[in-house]
Design a protein around this ligand. Structure first.
Ligand code: UD2
Length: 409
């Protein structure tokens, strides 16, 4: 109940009580005067006791308007009763409203989230090429055996995709780490991202570095922003690479819930060469490693030692995924990073380190929790790899570097 209503109510009660108290005192003095209480006398009006206990409807007189003292007292008590009933019913209605809100509020929030993440709405009059059921990519596989799409050039219409996702007010958090000499890759990474990465969509880069002063000034697009976070330096590049999982896990937990809808985690020794857009968004997104996309599974560089938590036995495995790029919904990437961090910790306690560090754990994770979308090697090529006919567009690539010179160990 609003404050002013409470105040009015209490003022009314106060005056009601004052009035009824006065009437009661008046009544007492009348009774004493006429001696009809406790002295075996009868009321002056000649009414019976039954009348007093059960006032009839014909006796509804208004206090002060030529009525008896007892009538006045009864009426003033009735006012109090009416006031009380009004107050109680008001409280009741308020409680009911609160209960309804508690029940309906979570449903409303859920519905909004669902529309935001899942509704792909097109607008009347928006024209694009007719989709075909007969003509499309036939030189590459575009679906996994669990029916997750594999994104290649020619499998999507960028104009249509952009227009569908423009209707959803989304933010894509993007993380990148640059410690030690790897800060030298930042300029190309950021400048090329600004030309090709989610252009026209809201992007929030989170850059983790041990040298914030070494972060270059790069002009960001309207809807793109950058947050720099300082992290401690580490002596082993393997620890830097694996340590990303825990930092990402904590970032999602502590900050991203109300901030972003999707997240992508990218290596910094990379460069964008062509569009990386909303076609890459999905629940859990894995990227095929450019080295092994045409290899038989037994030649994948999975961790093969059973002592490691990243162990994948011979005969198992779908694809070999890179750890240089992965993403998806916040909750999915949170589960991935938490699991990899835990598994790396178990290995460390046993003094074992998986052959390809975080990448080995990521491959183990995606083997048993299948990604919902796969990005073809267009989304991570290697500058040193020869082009192939299947990879028609190189969108993102791993730049060549002198490991011995650039790494701390
Ligand atoms: C592979 C993976 C990489 C990771 C690593 C683990 C690819 C393309 N990349 O890359 O994701 O799983 O294997 O063995 O397959 N970093 C620094 N400072 C350093 C060292 C590393 O900032 O001194 C960061 C940086 O963001 C870098 C990432 O860690 O991109 C991975 O390290 P890397 O690129 O040296 O690993 P690499 O090339 O073996």
């Amino acid at each position: 109940m609003p404050r002013h209503q409470n105040l009015i109510f209490f003022i009314l009660v106060f005056f009601g009580m004052l009035f009824s108290g006065t009437i009661w005192l008046k009544e007492q003095s009348e009774e004493i005067k006429h001696g009809w209480r406790g002295l075996g006398g009868s009321p002056p009006t000649g009414r019976t006791l039954r009348d007093d206990l059960h006032p009839s409807s014909t006796q509804t007189s208004i206090p002060g308007f030529g009525t008896s003292v007892k009538d006045e007292a009864r009426s003033s008590f009735s006012i109090l009763r009416v006031l009380y009933l009004w107050y109680a019913s008001k409280q009741d209605r308020q409680q009911q409203q609160q209960q309804q809100q508690q029940i309906t509020e979570p449903t409303i929030v859920k519905t909004e989230e669902k529309h935001k993440n899942l509704g792909l709405r097109s607008s009347p009059g928006f024209l694009y090429n007719q989709p075909s059921l007969l003509v499309g990519r036939t030189d590459v596989v575009t679906l996994t055996p669990w029916l997750a799409p594999i994104i290649w050039e020619g499998t999507f219409d960028p104009t249509l995709m952009d227009s569908l996702y423009k209707q959803q007010n989304i933010t894509i958090a993007t993380t990148v780490f640059a410690l030690g000499k790897y800060t030298r890759f930042l300029k190309d990474f950021l400048e090329s991202a600004e030309q090709h990465y989610f252009v026209g969509f809201r992007v929030h880069y989170y850059l983790f570095t041990d040298q914030p002063d070494a972060v270059p000034e790069v002009k960001l697009g309207d809807q793109h922003r950058l947050t720099v976070r300082k992290v401690p330096s580490l002596n082993r590049w393997q620890d830097i690479s694996m340590g990303r999982m825990e930092i990402l896990e904590k970032l999602i937990e502590s900050e991203l819930a109300n901030e972003a809808d999707y997240i992508f985690c990218l290596d910094v020794d990379t460069k964008f060469n062509s569009r990386w857009g909303v076609e890459t968004l999905g629940q859990a997104v894995a990227v095929i490693h450019p080295w092994f996309y045409d290899y038989p599974r037994d030649q994948f560089t999975y961790e093969r030692r059973p002592e490691s938590q990243a162990f994948i036995p011979a005969g198992e495995g779908d694809y070999y995924y890179t750890a240089a790029a992965f993403g998806g919904f916040l909750n999915e990437v949170h589960e991935l990073t938490k699991t990899c961090r835990e598994q790396q910790g178990i290995d460390a306690a046993k003094s074992i380190e998986a052959i390809w560090h975080d990448e080995s754990h990521l491959n183990k994770y995606f083997l048993y929790k299948k990604p919902s979308k796969l990005l073809s090697p267009e989304y991570l090529w290697r500058d040193i790899n020869a082009r192939t006919n299947q990879v028609r567009v190189i969108r993102f690539s791993h730049v060549s570097k002198n490991n011995a010179e650039v790494r701390p160990n």
